[in-house]
Design a protein around this ligand. Structure first.
Ligand code: NAD
Length: 481
């Protein structure tokens, strides 16, 4: 068989006009931070500085929350649902029109392959605005009581793995329900949120309805503890989620927490193996494994384990790791030096505890943060790599003999965000789904997202749902579902 090489196919950066520095988006304008402090955001594939962004302190947080409160009282909560819906449609259309710009910027700032930002992140972000635009004038029929009312000002803090998509998950339902927002993106990926601020202006969204402030954990902590905030929506690590739960306990703030995961992707011996292997690869190597619901534990039935692992390694050898802007790249850069250090440390722990490591033999660029797609076999349930969220392209393989054992192993985790089942038997899918403790369960597919479908976890994966009719409850006063 002849082998083919891929010629470079880089997406052009020319669609993008990056400013050297960005202020805070408060009350419809970019303003300087009170302290005058800034931080750099870098391109993880090259370690080059992309731009400087402002660091918001407590007084900036206060300005942003006040702007959101004013906009809530004077305009947004007084508009009819159909008027709010028009703005959301407008935002969705602008996101589509500017999709190349957003995709390139997301890949530069985050490190994810352009084919993912172009085909997944940006279209799904637009879809969330379209979907919630449809709800804005139909909230009375959403099952949250006859006269559901907005909560007020929502403080929203998001992580770095899907910067624009997590913004859409937060802002679209909040606005559809009549709330105003102050959103803080993650410190390593603030740029698409700042470009989104420009979309808000282009859509002529009333000033103060959306405010975007940048900074690290201290800024986030100041935001969620501000007394004028009515709702806290957080996506991020379980550790920070716990701190937030402690901070808001006893206050009148409504809270949703979307936290970490350690999902089981379960392959039975009757599964179509090639499709399952694609699902395993998508489950853990999509977005460099920086996915809260990643299928990071492969549970494979003992009788087919050898064959599945052999085919998986073969498929992993074909993954192309490198330039995120190249349209042929499958696996991009790790988002930060800190995340690379965590992945490296946990992988070393896997070897030290006795699991066997295999990494795809792919060349890695010299500059930037990279990690080869890796699989560990011979993993025991007590190993750290079977228990802790690695949040990188590292798969841990465990085996099972019976469906009951698969359920017991899958549920042997403090998390409960997602799971996958691969089998040709519908009855087995239903039997398993009934017993798996996870918020989202995929059957013969993995990592499928849709704005109509609620997403969220159990136990240490957090509480509350985002998306679908259920997700509206997080932004409305009304009866619980
Ligand atoms: P992180 O918790 O370190 O940071 C998330 C955000 O919180 C950032 O914006 C950060 O600046 C901010 N923050 C940090 N300390 C804070 C504090 N004390 N108070 C308020 N805000 C604070 O998480 P991360 O490393 O950015 O993201 C990775 C984590 O996010 C993973 O655990 C992943 O599983 C989780 N995640 C969950 C979902 C979900 O829907 N369940 C989705 C994506 C990511």
């Amino acid at each position: 068989m002849p082998t083919f090489d891929y010629a470079p196919a880089p997406e052009s950066r020319a669609v993008l006009t990056l400013q050297p520095s960005y202020g805070l988006f408060i009350g419809g304008d970019f303003v300087e931070p009170t302290s005058g402090t800034a931080m750099a955001t870098i391109e993880p594939a090259t370690e080059q500085v992309l731009a400087e962004v402002a660091v918001a302190d407590e007084s900036d947080v206060d300005r942003a929350v006040r702007a959101a409160r004013r906009a809530y009282q004077r305009t947004w909560s007084r508009l009819s649902g159909s008027e709010r819906g028009k703005y959301l449609y407008r935002i969705a259309r602008i996101l589509q029109e500017r999709s190349r710009e957003f995709a390139v910027l997301e890949s530069l700032d985050n490190g994810k392959p352009i084919k993912e930002s172009r085909d997944v992140d940006v279209p799904l972000a637009a879809a969330h605005f379209f979907y919630h635009a449809g709800w804005a004038d139909k909230l009375e029929w959403a099952g949250h009581g006859p006269d559901p009312r907005p909560l007020g000002v929502a403080a929203q803090v998001i992580p770095w793995n899907f910067p624009l998509l997590m913004l859409a998950w937060k802002i679209a339902p909040a606005l559809a329900c009549g709330n105003t927002v102050v959103l803080k993106p993650a410190e390593t990926t603030p740029l698409t949120a700042l470009l989104f601020a420009d979309v808000c202006r282009q859509a002529e969204l009333p000033p103060g309805v959306v405010n975007i402030i940048t900074g690290a954990g201290e800024t986030g902590a100041a935001l969620i503890s501000h007394p004028e905030v009515d709702k806290v929506a957080f996506t991020g690590s379980t550790e920070v989620g716990r701190q937030i739960a402690r901070t808001v306990a006893g206050s009148r703030k409504k809270v949703t927490l979307e936290l970490g995961g350690k999902a089981a992707n379960i392959v039975f011996d009757d599964a179509p193996i090639d499709q399952a292997v694609e699902g395993i690869v998508n489950g853990i190597y999509f977005n460099q494994g920086h996915v809260c619901c990643a299928g990071s534990r492969l549970l494979v039935q003992e009788s087919v384990a050898e064959e599945v692992i052999a085919r998986l390694r073969h498929r992993m050898s074909t993954l192309r790791v490198g330039d995120p802007l190249d349209k042929n790249t499958d696996v991009g850069a790790i988002n930060s030096a800190a995340q690379l250090a965590r992945i490296t440390e946990l992988s070393a722990a896997g070897e030290a505890e006795g699991a066997q490591r295999w990494s795809a033999p792919c060349p890695l660029p010299e500059k930037g943060f990279w990690f080869s797609p890796t699989v560990f076999t011979g993993v025991a349930p007590a190993h750290r790599i079977a228990r802790e969220e690695i949040f990188g392209p590292v798969l841990s393989v465990l085996t099972f003999r019976t469906p009951s054992e698969a359920v017991a192993r899958a549920n042997n985790t403090p998390y409960g965000l997602s799971a996958g089942i691969w089998t040709e038997k519908g009855s087995r899918i239903l039997w398993m789904a009934d017993r798996l403790r996870a918020g989202v369960i995929w059957a013969n597919t993995f990592n499928r997202f849709d704005p109509t479908s609620p997403f969220g976890g159990y136990r240490e994966s957090g509480y509350g749902r985002e998306g679908g009719r259920h997700g509206l409850a997080a932004y409305l006063k009304g009866i619980a579902l």
